[in-house]
Write a protein that binds this ligand. Structure first.
Ligand code: ADP
Length: 613
């Protein structure tokens, strides 16, 4: 009996005692080793010009034995000699070296990471108490068997095996409360696991499966038949021209559990710094949990046809978290080999995907606007969050994908479309939930009448996103309620001025400024803001308890040609009625702007008080 090398022993211990929930990945690991072994022999046959070996002869086979509780996986690949068994399976350093420091204990989270990237042969010990590897190297006359029950070490003994290849027998562990290892003896489980992780292994994975037929007496009769469990050629490895839209759609629906077709399918094949293929989909509808914390973004990650990660979140920025799909990288992404380089490769892939998704979306916008608008209704909010959450870092990437409702055009338009038709130096917007709620806002009304366009911002995040974009095509974003604060005071008489400053005196700190204006038409007053925080932002921020101290600098605009102003003029400035009226017009202005009135019942009383005079 030989002992494992220290680091191997530690990985083994971890596997044996693993509480890791994803034990099923052992099958993927072993199948992918088989596939590698066949690749090696196939490659050898090409380079050494060996005749008699054709690609079609290669296969992998799975055998289930319920009686003996064993699972056997065999291949007719390159095989291993006794000394190869020793070096390959006796020490993990050989198998791609997990670079552990001698004094560092492996933790469960490490196995999670390892698991996502391929932990290799030793994962067999997560489900097996004993493993036998019977192998015969190609061209050799002798076979050997490697046997281990994990803990105590391993043995290598001479054995007999007819043809080249490797046969791994797993003696399954006893079932426990948390783990039912018997499940790996079920055809159903194995079939599903092969489909899930190893569907696109390029060699057939065969298994004997149970089938039923009617015999002569019209009774169900059981029989066995060998079936290939994997489909072998992944759709993303085919040329785009070879795949029909229906095939893409069907693949999307069954892989990502959506009953709607995607709004856009992107099939990429990239050669360059990192070679990879990607098949990406933009869903038609947002998943039910999309805008919640439960939603997990990410793409499936394959290397060379083998899935190594179900959801690789690093492949997608949050702003494009709606993208579904997979990446198949030609390089062997393996955490055991230079983690840093791998991160760099993943980053490179992510960058290239990001560019592609953007250009495909712009293309959709240009060529199929109806679909783009449908997309934007589902995911536009996420794009706007994307600008906001990155503090504007992503604005170049995202700003041209945004749409806002134009009050002038009465449809969704892009910022680009706004500036193309606007002559001024500003991009005007107004915040409100609906068109009817804002159309009659005096400031918006004035602008629209002058021929300018005003964007309706109806989502809470909108104005924050625009703040982070800052300017677009050298035009400044302007909230219509900010405009008043910029215009110069209108020429008012000394008498008017006195009334205005008397109003300010009554209102005190509630407003930063009171202004006279003649532009309000039939509105008596309105509220605007100056400075960074707009009235709308105050509204949104006040929903968040920790930020309800953030207030806009409010400017009360008073219509100088409105009868109400005449009334104010006539009142004694120090009288109680003047005081009451000032407070009433302020609260009305707040209401029009959609803000809370602090003391509503008191205000209502005051109004009735004044009316009944
Ligand atoms: P990795 O595959 O990452 O190198 P593993 O621990 O899975 O690490 O396997 C260790 C080595 O054992 C492999 O590199 C390979 O040389 C050898 N090996 C494993 N399974 C087989 C097999 N079915 N046929 C031939 N060689 C194998």
């Amino acid at each position: 009996m030989k002992k494992f090398k220290t680091e191997s022993q530690r990985v083994l211990d971890l596997m044996i005692n693993s509480i890791y929930t994803n034990k099923e990945i052992f099958l993927r690991e072993l199948l992918s080793n088989c596939s590698d072994a066949i690749d090696k022999l196939y490659y050898k046959s090409l380079t050494d010009n060996i005749s008699g070996l054709t690609r079609n002869d290669f296969y992998i086979e799975i055998k289930l034995d319920k009686q003996n509780r064993t699972l056997t996986i065999s291949d007719n690949g390159i095989g291993m000699s006794a000394s190869e068994l020793e070096t390959n399976l006796g020490t993990i350093a050989k198998s791609g070296s997990l670079d552990f420091k001698a004094d560092e204990k492996l933790k469960e989270q490490d196995i999670n990471i390892i698991g996502q990237f391929g932990v290799g042969f030793y994962s067999a010990f997560m489900v097996a108490k004993k493993v036998e590897v019977l192998s015969k190297a190609y061209g050799a006359s002798e076979a050997s068997v490697w046997v281990s029950n994990g803990a105590s070490g391993y043995e290598i003994l001479p054995a007999t095996k007819e043809s080249n290849g490797t046969q791994i027998t797993l003696y399954l562990k006893e079932n426990t409360e948390s783990d039912n290892f018997d499940t790996y003896l079920e055809e159903y489980t194995i079939r599903n696991l092969v489909k899930k992780y190893s569907d696109y292994i390029r060699y057939p994975i065969k298994a004997e499966v149970t089938k039923y037929k009617q015999n002569e007496e019209k009774k169900q009769e059981e029989y066995k038949e060998t079936e290939v469990l994997n489909s072998m050629t992944p759709i993303w490895k085919k040329a785009k021209s070879e795949v029909k839209k229906e095939e893409y759609d069907a693949f999307y629906k069954e892989t990502f559990y959506d009953n709607e077709e995607p709004i856009k399918t992107i099939h990429m094949s990239v050669e360059g710094a990192v070679d990879f293929k990607a098949l990406l989909f933009i869903p038609k509808n947002a998943p039910y949990n999309y805008y919640s914390k439960n939603y997990e973004k990410g793409l499936k990650l394959y290397t060379n046809g083998v899935m190594i990660m179900e959801k690789c979140s690093d492949l997608l920025g949050d702003h494009f978290s709606f993208v579904k799909g997979l990446v198949d990288s030609e390089v062997t992404l393996n955490i055991s080999r230079e983690a840093v380089q791998q991160t760099r490769q993943i980053k490179a892939i992510a960058n290239s995907i990001e560019k592609k998704v953007k250009s495909e979306l712009l293309d959709l916008l240009k060529n199929d606007r109806a679909s783009y608008e449908e997309f934007f209704k589902a995911f536009g909010l996420q794009l706007k969050f994307g600008v906001y959450q990155s503090f504007g870092m992503n604005k170049e990437l995202l700003q041209d994908l945004l749409m806002f409702y134009s009050l002038k055009e009465e449809k969704l338009i892009t910022l680009k479309e706004y500036v193309e038709s606007a002559s001024g130096k500003n991009i005007y917007y107004v915040c409100g939930k609906t068109e009817s709620a804002v159309k009659n806002l005096p400031q918006a009304e004035n602008l629209l009448e002058s021929g300018a366009d005003v964007l309706l911002l109806s989502d809470d995040v909108d104005e924050f996103a625009l703040k982070f974009i800052g300017e677009y095509d050298k035009k400044q974003f302007k909230n219509v309620t900010d405009i008043a604060s910029e215009s110069v005071d209108e020429a008012v008489t000394e008498e008017d001025k006195a009334v205005i400053s008397a109003i300010k005196e009554v209102l005190g700190d509630k407003v930063t400024k009171v202004k006279g204006t003649t532009k309000l038409k039939n509105h008596a007053v309105c509220l605007s803001s100056e400075g960074e925080v707009s009235l709308e932002m105050e509204k949104v921020l006040s929903l968040n308890a920790s930020q309800n101290q953030v207030k806009a600098n409010k400017v009360l605009e008073v219509n100088l040609v409105h009868p109400l102003f005449a009334k104010l003029k006539n009142l004694e400035k120090s009288s109680e009625d003047f005081n009451k009226l000032c407070n009433v017009i302020y609260s009305q202005a707040l209401l029009i702007a959609g803000l809370q009135v602090d003391n509503l019942s008191e205000t209502v009383d005051t109004i009735f008080d004044l009316i009944s005079k």
